[in-house]
Design a protein around this ligand. Structure first.
Ligand code: GLN
Length: 527
C-alpha cells in the first residue's frame, strides 16, 4: 500500500478520487493499516471498525463510478468528503457502536441512534474509521484522564497530545485520517491541535448541533474539526454545521458555502491579509508561558504584519477571570448532566440482590467515575447548593458576561480578529500536571475565555519550540468561522516555504515498531 497516501490532505485525495486515479478502498485500506499498526504505541483509537469502513468505501467507489459515467458535472457535484476517512471522538453517537466518553461508567453502552453530525457525515459519504480516545467525559487537557489509558503524542511518545480530544488530534497528526472530530468545552480542540501540530477549530456556540453528543457542560460544549490544513478543516466544518431541530441551541444561521472554496493558491490566500486589522491581546501572554512559545507567536504576528495586516495591541481586561469562572460553570453543569448515570439507564450497573437502589447507585457511580470526574461533580454540586448558588454560580455567570463584553468591545472597535497563543506551553510529559489540578487547568488559560463568550477560535501550527509544535490562535466575533479560516489559510500561505511545514511528527517512526512501548508503559516509567 502506498505509504504517502496517508500524508496527503483530504482535498488532494478528493481530486484523485474524482479523477479515478485512486479508490476509496485504497485510501481507507491504507488508513486502517496505519491506524492499526500505530495503535499499540499511540492508543489513539478505542475502536477501529475495519469491516464497516471497507464496506462503506466500496459504496463510495460505486458512487464515484456512477458519477464519472454521468460526466464532469456529476463528479464536480460530489461532496468533498465522499470516500474519505474520519475519526470520531468517542462521545459522538454512532448507531450500534460503543460510546464510552472515555469512562468506565459507559462501558457496554451501545448508542441507539446516530448523532446529528454522524448523520451529516454519512450523508456526505465520509467514512468513520472508528472512535477515538479522550479524557473521561471530556474533562482534562492531556488525555491522561481517559479510563482506557493515555495517548502518546507522535512528536514525542513520552508526552501528552493535549486533551480532551487527544485521540482525534493524534489520529490526524499521525496521518491515520485527514479528518477528525473533537469537542471543546474549554479548549479541547484548539489545545490538542496546538500540541500535535494540527489545525483545530472550535466554532461559535450553536453552529453545530449537539444532538447525540455526550454532554459535559451544555452552555459551553461545541463540536469542531481537526485536519492537517485549513482547507480540510473548513470542508469538515461545512459538512457538520447548521441548524438541527433536535438541538434548540443550534442556530438558524446560514453556513457559508465558501467554506468549500478556500483558495488553493498561496498568493490569493495571502491577499486576504491586506487591510485587515488584527488585535494582539496582551493578557494572553500569561505568566508561565514558555519563552520559545512566545517567540514563535511573536514571529507569526510579525509575518502577518509583513504580509499586509495591521496588528494593534488590545486589552481584554477580564481574561484572568476566565479560568476561575469556567471552573464554576463547567463543573456545575457537569454535575447536573452526569446525574443521569445512575446504573439503571446506561452502561455500568453494579447491583446486589437484596440491596436498596441507593446503595447500587453509589456503588455504580463510585466504581464507574474516575477521580477528575468525581472532583468536578463535587465542585459543581457545591457551587449549585443552597446558599452558595448566588455566591458562586450566579456570580460566575455575571463575570462571564463581562468576559463576553471585552470581546464585543474589541470587535466593535473594528478589529477583524484576535491573534494569540493557543497554549502557553508545548506538549508536556506524562505525569507532569496530573497531581496538580490547577496546573492542568492552566493549560487552557488562552482558550477558556473564548468558550465562555461562545465565540469561534482556530488554532493553526506556527512552527516548533524545542522540537515540539506551537499553535497560533485566531479568535473572531460570532459566526466568523469563514473569516478565521481565511486568516489561517493566509498564514499557511505566507509560511508555505518554512522548513517545519514539511516535517513529520518526530517520533512517529517509533510507532511502527510492533513491540513499541505502550503509552501506559511510558507513563508508568515516568511516574
Ligand atoms: N481542559 C478543560 C477541562 O478540563 C476543557 C476541556 C474541554 O474543552 N472539554 O474542563
Amino acid at each position: 500500500m502506498d505509504g504517502t497516501l496517508t500524508r496527503l490532505p483530504g482535498h488532494a485525495l478528493a481530486s484523485r478520487l474524482r479523477a479515478g486515479e485512486l479508490s476509496s478502498r485504497e485510501i481507507v485500506g491504507a488508513s486502517l493499516e496505519l491506524a492499526e499498526r500505530h495503535n499499540r504505541a499511540l492508543n489513539a483509537w478505542l475502536t477501529i471498525d475495519r469491516e464497516r469502513a471497507l464496506a462503506e468505501a466500496d459504496s463510495a467507489d460505486a458512487r464515484f463510478a456512477a458519477a464519472r459515467a454521468e460526466g464532469p458535472a456529476a463528479t464536480a457535484a460530489l461532496h468533498p468528503l465522499l470516500g474519505l476517512p474520519v475519526a470520531l471522538k468517542d462521545l459522538v453517537s454512532l448507531a450500534g457502536g460503543q460510546c464510552t466518553a472515555g469512562s468506565r461508567i459507559l462501558e457496554g453502552y451501545v448508542a441507539p441512534y446516530d448523532a446529528h453530525i454522524t448523520e451529516r457525515l454519512r450523508e456526505a459519504g465520509a467514512i468513520v474509521l472508528g472512535k477515538t480516545n479522550m479524557d473521561e467525559f471530556a474533562m482534562g487537557s492531556s488525555n491522561e484522564w481517559s479510563a482506557f489509558g493515555p495517548v502518546s503524542n507522535p512528536w514525542d511518545l513520552d508526552r501528552v497530545p493535549g486533551g480532551s480530544s487527544g485521540g482525534s488530534a493524534t489520529a490526524v497528526a499521525a496521518g491515520h485520517v485527514p479528518f477528525g472530530i473533537g469537542t471543546a468545552t474549554g479548549g479541547s480542540i484548539r489545545q490538542p491541535a496546538a500540541l500535535t501540530g494540527t489545525v483545530g477549530m472550535k466554532p461559535t456556540y450553536g453552529r453545530v448541533s449537539r444532538y447525540g453528543i455526550v454532554a459535559f457542560a451544555s452552555s459551553l460544549d461545541q463540536i469542531g474539526p481537526f485536519a492537517r490544513d485549513t482547507r480540510d478543516a473548513a470542508a469538515l466544518l461545512h459538512a457538520v454545521a447548521g441548524r438541527d431541530e433536535r438541538d434548540s441551541t443550534s442556530a438558524p444561521v446560514p453556513v457559508p458555502d465558501e467554506l468549500l472554496t478556500l483558495p488553493a493558491g498561496d498568493d490569493e490566500a495571502a491577499g486576504w491579509l491586506r487591510g485587515k486589522r488584527l488585535g494582539l491581546p496582551r493578557e494572553y501572554f500569561v505568566a508561565g508561558m514558555e519563552p520559545e512559545v512566545e517567540a514563535r507567536i511573536r514571529e507569526a504576528v510579525a509575518a502577518l504584519e509583513g504580509a499586509g495586516a495591521t496588528v494593534e495591541d488590545v486589552s481584554l481586561p477580564h481574561t484572568d477571570y476566565g479560568l476561575a469562572t469556567y471552573y464554576i460553570v463547567a463543573p456545575a453543569e457537569a454535575s447536573a448532566n452526569l446525574a443521569r448515570y445512575d446504573g439503571v439507564r446506561y452502561g455500568l450497573s453494579i447491583r446486589e440482590a437484596g440491596r436498596d437502589f441507593i446503595a447500587d447507585y453509589l456503588a455504580t457511580r463510585g466504581a464507574g467515575f474516575g477521580p477528575e470526574v468525581k472532583r468536578r461533580i463535587m465542585l459543581g454540586t457545591y457551587a449549585l447548593s443552597a446558599g452558595y448558588y448566588d455566591a458562586f454560580y450566579v456570580k460566575a455567570q455575571k463575570v462571564r458576561t463581562l468576559i463576553k463584553r471585552d470581546f464585543d468591545d474589541v470587535f466593535g472597535s473594528g478589529i477583524d480578529a484576535l491573534v494569540a497563543p493557543t497554549s502557553p506551553t508545548v506538549a508536556f510529559r506524562f505525569g507532569a500536571r496530573i497531581a496538580d489540578p490547577v496546573a492542568m487547568y492552566l493549560s487552557d488559560a488562552c482558550t477558556l475565555p473564548v468558550n465562555m463568550a461562545g465565540l469561534p477560535g482556530l488554532s493553526v501550527p506556527c512552527g516548533l519550540a524545542e522540537g515540539l509544535p506551537v499553535g497560533l490562535q485566531f479568535i473572531g466575533p460570532a459566526w466568523s468561522e469563514l473569516a478565521l479560516l481565511r486568516f489561517g489559510r493566509a498564514y499557511e500561505a505566507i509560511t508555505a516555504g518554512a522548513g517545519w511545514r514539511s516535517l513529520e511528527p518526530a517520533q512517529l517512526h517509533l510507532a511502527d515498531d510492533p513491540s513499541a512501548r505502550t503509552p501506559m508503559d511510558r507513563r508508568a516509567a515516568l511516574a
